[in-house]
Design a binder for this molecule. Structure first.
Ligand code: T68
Length: 830
């Protein structure tokens, strides 16, 4: 509307010369109308939401493409060193609003839509979000792409264009039901297909040996199946700097349209079948964010995108006519987890077998080129592949992995003569009945840098998970604490607060988040605190409207919004949260006149389809919600909401409306967390364990402004060593016992007393590795404090402000700068 337009110029950094209005002689609106007619072939004399959306997308895209081509030209002209960020997952969220914001086109868009009686809020609903990732890892990749563009880095993201993203979650009768996410059913104009950027990718086949002119043994991988990798580019504009980068997503295409021989021999369907199975490679994202999927198709996906990416990198490098030893001076490859680690033997193969380099030279290049980020210490999440499978699918790579390992272990034996056990512990290949390749060992040995994603996580990698490697490669390990982009996670998702911030601090916080520390000078300003609270209330009302609309439940916007949204996993302990809710419920029923701050507990998140326990937990939450929300004794005090299909868009709605952010993983299990950062940045208070980045958040917002509770990592280890006995907590805590007995009865599932016996057993008889009961009492007591302190509005709002003020450090701009200085050695280009 008019009002929005009037204040936007105050809210954001002004455009610099790259964006000067008049650089084009048509307006955004004119171009959108042009596209409606000439690109979409539709009548543009009147607009509906769909036409307005698509027209705008195409008009915005034109502007990004102009900038992108200019930026590419500049990279070549300056002979820039390039970063390749390889990730099997990206979770960019919806594009339109962010792209308008970055390009400084929001005003023009509002104006255009206003003329057609439409608003940006309604037309962004037309966009469906690409769910090309599972959770934190994929979202981190997208935050980093945003910061790289904003810092003007010569960087490229690389991944897969899945036809189906992460499943859409429905809740039926309290259970998670998975539906396919056909996000491309209407096509996406944000994705530009590049049918000429096409590479053949080989699978299976055999390895031939031959002698070259110097008598060197050479290898040649041939035969097998070929699949084509076709590029699709997605554009990432920097924030108001004229810089646009891209993410190249590979799509599998059949090598031949039909196998002509069988076609002619009359096997029409058989020949089509082959085409279909080739396309399968990029069909669907694997929906597990922990236990890696041991399926051949998953390994095919990994090799497919990595091989195409290495080809693309080498293609660009060859244009420079430089000797091979310059490859790592002109490029750096960051591996997001071990999923793309097969890039190391693939580049070795290209250098040895195609470019005919010697082993030492090729290996030296690889070790200077690759860097690896670890995101997990869960032992079951560390990726391994059966030697037998790699031998069949990628026979030449298996030979190369053996040779890398042989040379590596020889060195280890030489340097650690008195430790005969060491070689087998660090070997790239695990012994046992089925030999497997340890992808993390391959990634460590083949990289010059290995980083964790929070201080505690990196420390655990050094002390435990990769302890042996620390002694072999003492300089290789480093920490890069995660960060989030302030453009999406404050400026875009929280317009009221952004407005308030820009009014008081100016708008530089959008690219220099440390500016937020100046908020500390404003905490004692009564009027400012009042405005702060109003912003929060506006956001809470918006969320309440959504809940009313979607879940059909009325929630009180003045109640405490307590939110836990993330993937469902036992280590994240959604169970601890629901146990506490049940005990609150019991207490309110026991004391009907209780004076208590009303609470709304909100959950969201998906369970891997094969993770039964996680699905049971979702069912429990929904059953408790049904009971609690319909109980007349408690419903004014307590509401439990499960929001289906948690994704980036829903996060953008939830984050600014949250009072209490639940970050309650068992200490030592959450590598970092990034949701924790989003909430605190928007002024939520964290209730959390001393895990992952929670510790660093506490250090920066101050002890008094965060609720840390429970066992720390060392205490978890110590208790495990002593022997954790959940029955002890069951026996000694009557409130807890009551809650557990209710779960183990038909209280929440009338007539069915075994619905949650799996949960009861996992907490008690199963010996629960996540020690939920050990932290129960501390958690409940901490919640009492929160409920008490929330009522003191002055106190609470001050704490809220102090959270935002302390969160500047957690900008992904800071994190990316640390990667630049500590790992990539790149020159920002603006
Ligand atoms: C997350 N990992 C960490 N993995 O759990 C989280 N894994 O603590 C951290 O903040 C975040 O990474 C970013 O560093 C994941 O999200 C996956 O999604 C995943 C997907 C497939 C296989 C294994």
């Amino acid at each position: 509307s008019k009002d929005v337009k009037d204040y936007l110029h105050l809210l954001d950094k002004p455009l610099d010369e790259f964006e000067a209005p008049g650089a084009r002689n048509s307006t955004l609106g004119e171009d959108a109308l042009w596209h409606v007619l000439y690109s979409l072939g539709q009548d543009n004399t009147y607009l509906n939401k769909r036409k307005a959306y698509w027209g705008l997308v195409l008009a915005v895209r034109d502007r990004m493409l102009e900038k992108w081509t200019a930026v590419q030209r500049k990279y070549y002209a300056n002979d820039d060193k390039r970063l390749y960020y390889l990730s099997l997952e990206f979770l960019p969220g919806k594009f339109l609003r962010g792209n308008l914001l970055a390009l400084g086109l929001e005003n023009e868009a509002h104006e255009f839509l206003h003329e057609h009686d439409l608003s940006l809020d309604e037309i962004v609903d037309e966009e469906c979000e690409p769910g090309l990732g599972n959770g934190g890892l994929g979202r981190l990749a997208s935050c980093y792409m945003d910061s790289m563009a904003t810092l003007g880095l010569p960087a490229y993201g690389y991944g897969i264009r899945y036809s189906y993203g992460l499943f859409r979650q429905e809740i039926r009768n309290g259970h998670q039901v998975e539906q396919p996410d056909n996000w491309l059913h209407e096509g996406s104009h944000w994705l530009i297909p590049r049918p000429h950027n096409l590479f053949p990718i080989r699978f299976y086949g055999t390895v031939n040996e031959w002698l070259d002119d110097d008598g060197m043994l050479r290898h040649d991988w041939r035969g097998g199946d070929l699949v084509m990798a076709m590029a699709n580019d997605m554009y990432v504009p920097g924030y108001r700097n004229g810089h646009v980068n891209s993410i190249r997503l590979w799509e599998a295409r059949p090598h031949k349209e039909f196998v002509l021989s069988s076609f002619n021999a009359g096997d029409y369907i058989g020949s089509v079948q082959e085409k279909i199975s080739d396309e399968n490679i990029s069909m669907v994202l694997y929906p597990s964010d922990d236990a890696p999927e041991g399926k051949t198709l998953r390994l095919k996906q990994q090799y497919f995108f990595v091989a195409a990416t290495m080809r693309d990198m080498v293609r660009r490098f060859k244009k420079l006519n430089k000797p091979w030893d310059q490859l790592p001076e002109k490029n750096v490859v960051q591996l997001n987890e071990t999923h793309p680690a097969i890039a190391i033997p693939e580049l070795m193969r290209m250098l040895l077998d195609e470019e005919l380099l010697g082993w030492e030279e090729a290996w030296c290049i690889c070790q200077k080129l690759f860097a690896y980020t670890n995101h997990t210490i869960l032992p079951e999440a560390l990726e391994t592949w059966p030697v037998k499978l790699i031998e069949r699918l990628l026979p030449r790579h298996m030979q190369i992995i053996y040779e890398i390992n042989r040379r590596f272990l020889e060195e280890v034996r030489l340097h650690f003569r008195d430790e005969p056990e060491l070689p087998s512990r660090v070997s790239l290949i695990s012994a046992g009945p089925e030999q497997r390749v340890r992808m993390s060992h391959l990634a460590i040995v083949g990289s010059f840098s290995v980083n964790g994603v929070s201080s505690l996580h990196t420390q655990i990698l050094k002390d435990r998970v990769f302890h042996d490697f620390i002694r072999i490669f003492p300089d290789r390990f480093n920490n890069k604490t995660n960060g989030i982009t302030p453009r999406r996670w404050l400026r875009q998702c929280n317009v009221p607060l952004s407005w308030l911030l820009s009014e008081h601090l100016g708008c530089n916080w959008i690219t220099d988040l440390t500016q937020l520390k100046k908020l500390r000078e404003l905490v004692d300003d009564v009027e400012f605190r009042h405005d702060w609270e109003q912003c929060r209330l506006t956001n809470k009302k918006r969320l309440a409207d959504y809940i009313e609309k979607v879940n059909g439940i009325t929630v009180n916007p003045h109640s405490i919004f307590d939110v836990q949204v993330k993937r469902f996993h036992e280590y994240k302990r959604q169970l601890l949260n629901i146990l506490h809710i049940i005990s609150l419920y019991n207490n309110i029923r026991r004391n009907p006149d209780v004076k208590m701050q009303p609470c709304t507990f909100i959950f969201g998140g998906k369970a891997a389809p094969s993770y039964q326990m996680a699905k049971d937990i979702i069912y429990l939450i929904n059953c408790v919600a049904r009971r609690v929300n319909s109980d007349p004794h408690t419903r004014n005090f307590l509401k439990v909401i499960f929001l289906a299909n948690y994704n980036v868009s829903l996060a953008q709605l939830l984050v600014p409306a949250t009072d209490v952010s639940e970050q309650i993983s068992t200490a030592g299990y959450e590598a970092s967390g990034t949701g924790n950062m989003k909430f605190a940045l928007n002024g939520a208070l964290t209730i959390g364990t001393r895990d992952g980045a929670n510790i660093e958040i506490g250090e920066r917002v101050g002890d008094g402004n965060i609720y840390l509770f429970g066992l720390c990592e060392k205490e978890v280890l110590a208790l495990r060593r002593r022997g954790y006995d959940p029955w002890e907590f069951y026996k000694n805590d009557s409130e807890l016992r009551e809650v557990l007995d209710m779960i183990n009865s038909d209280q929440f599932t009338p007539g069915d007393s075994t619905a949650f016996s799996s949960i009861f057993n996992s907490l008690l008889t199963g010996g629960d590795p996540f020690m939920v009961l050990a932290d129960y009492r501390a958690y409940v007591e901490t919640h009492k404090r929160i409920s008490h302190e929330y009522v003191d509005r002055d106190l609470w709002i001050k704490k809220s402000i102090m959270n935002t003020a302390g969160m500047g450090y957690f900008s992904s701009d800071r994190a990316v700068k640390e990667y630049i200085d500590g790992i990539w050695s790149l020159e920002p280009d603006v």
